[in-house]
Design a protein around this ligand. Sequence first.
Ligand code: HEM
Length: 516
Amino acid sequence: MAIIVQVVQGLQSLAGHLTNPANLTQILSTLAIGIAVILILTQIAQRVNIDKNAPPEVPYWIPYLGSAIQFSVNPLKFYAENREKYGDVFTYTMVGRKFTVCLGTEGNNFVFNAKLADVSAEESYKPLTTPVFGKGVVYDCPNHMLMEQKKFVKWGMSNDAFRAYVPEIEEETRNYFQRWNNKVGGRGDLFTAMGELIINTASRTLMGPEIRALMDESVAQVYHDLDDGFQPINMFFEWLPLPSYFRRDKAHLKMRNIFKKVIEERRANNVTDKTDMLQSLMNQTYKDGTPFTDVDACHLMIALLMAGQHTSSTTATWALLFLAENPDLIKDLLEEQKSVLGSVDAPLNFDAMKNMTLLDNVIRETLRLRPPIIMILRKVIRPITFPGTDYVIPKGNYIAASPIATQVDERFYKNAKAFEPSRWENIVEEETGESVDYGFGKIAGGGARNPNLPFGAGRHRCIGETFAYVQLKTVISTFVRMYDLSLTERGMPGSDFTKMFVQPVLPVEINYKPRN
Ligand code: HEM
């Protein structure tokens, strides 16, 4: 009791002290002097701690935060402005960490093909991914195990599986858009629709019918909580006492248990006829004999859910926005469907869709201009020299590739900022260089010098590309069969760079009209 009285008296005396104008002026001037000293010391520290061999550094005023604010407002502008001053390779500070961005095709190649002994993807992504995916998979295991996990996933993405998926995705899309006003049309929230549809189609195909059945109820909310824990802040702080972190941790356990229950039921009922990813992951063993457990399978399923969701849903949204802006292309897409399938009423199928090259080019061009992932990171674990320079990037820095820089560069693409799917006609994207197998199938080693790399390159290259194309092609084809679309008076939205995956600034609405 006595302590409480003392605390209250202390607070009262502090309040009296602060409300006295003479004291307040003194406090404010002390604060101002303190801030000025910190700013000056920050400047001095940047000039004194110069490592002569390290790449040039972007100066900053606010200690610890560094260039975080300028970067997060518009990373592309930040890169372009500093590239003019410092060249293709430079370092900036953000939230107490140093990032060395390596731009251009050489920069891409340097990051994507860096040696395991020099850099680590796990060290860069683990704080973000392990609490969401769970232990033992992706970046929470040695790289050779991730390579084998990618092989397990590729086995679950066979052409036969894709043949089964296309009618399922078509049906999901049709059912979903029946809810829009299919009598007179209207204005639709495209971003929300694509988010819901992509998760419905991915769960119906990759995740399995049991998960799809739960999608409208429990799983959707669990997914939202997991997704809230998959934001840029989580990359910097693995754990903070914030509600989103508590929800994320609970959601991880719930999601794991949902998958685990499905696996147990399938085992109990001897279910073996499913074509989905879950079935494939239930029966894997590492090549040294280590079992890939059911819990591992659950964790890898969560990883796939997260890896494919925003990447595909934002791409679908941008692609439809570009089509709304270019109505002639919609007509051409319908013509292409007629010529490939005989009619726009014929069911879509995987083999025929391989011949829909305009549709392929619409997606390729969308990903060139609006790739959802604009920064790829590796942590330097042994000092490395950037080829052709004297720059030695110190241990502890992160190296960053930003393939979008070459994707919108006039040196590689004429009229580079314009949406022109026809630029891809007759271009077979050459994956030059010696083929390498990192453990999940052969990929072209030199492919990282290609200026268009929305799916990355090297050992961490995406394994979901073919699935993403199948999903996007089916969703877009079905959508343009059902509705004609146009932009609203708002026009094309800008990009929101504050999210983990770059997305259009919300809200994203389009005008739609049912086709007869
Ligand atoms: C890796 C992009 C869809 C699963 C990557 C990487 C990129 C990427 C850039 C390389 C990351 C790095 O090097 O650090 C995309 C885009 C997609 C897409 C643009 C859709 C438009 C998918 C889908 C799945 C998937 C649908 C699975 C169903 C993965 C996996 C990795 C990966 C497992 C490997 C991570 C590693 O080895 O470190 N993706 N992705 N992605 N993606 Fe995708």
